[in-house]
Ligand binder design. Structure first.
Ligand code: THU
Length: 133
């Protein structure tokens, strides 16, 4: 699947964002090596800390359907913000355990786009190997 197509699927997911508090809409699409794509959107809550970001919604959907780290090929993350939405700190930590560090992350707000990796966004990540010795 082409990058543009995955980004469009993320923009489709963004339409499902539930963001009555921030008004900031985010969509994500996780592409698996078998071609299956899982979508996610940000889902806010009146107890703000209970909010789930779009990229976590999407990767949790992939894992909930049996996919694992090496099944993940690429992730698109899009927003309606003024600049591209780089994953928040919690998402960087979560994604660092669940997707390959070198998987392309396509970021777009429809005006600008950027390709990133978790390796670049979260160097020296704390991970499973630190905990399980
Ligand atoms: N948000 C995401 O969905 N992904 C990010 O990486 C950054 C923030 C959401 C959470 C909240 O619903 C809104 O954007 C404003 O923070």
């Amino acid at each position: 699947m082409k990058q543009d197509e995955l980004v469009s699927i993320a923009f489709e997911a963004m339409k499902n964002a539930y963001a009555p508090y921030s008004g900031y809409h985010v969509g994500a699409a996780v592409l698996c090596r078998d071609g299956i794509v899982f979508q996610g959107a940000n889902i806010e809550n009146s107890s703000f800390g209970a909010t789930n970001c779009a990229e976590r919604s999407a990767i949790f959907a992939a894992y909930s359907n049996g996919k694992r780290k090496n099944d993940i090929e690429a992730v698109a993350i899009v927003s309606d913000g003024d600049r591209v939405c780089a994953p928040c700190g919690i998402c960087r930590q979560v994604l660092s355990e669940l997707i390959p560090m070198d998987a392309p992350l396509y970021l777009s707000n429809g005006k600008e786009s950027l390709t990133m990796t978790l390796g670049k966004l979260l160097p020296m990540a704390f991970g499973m190997e630190d905990v399980i010795r």
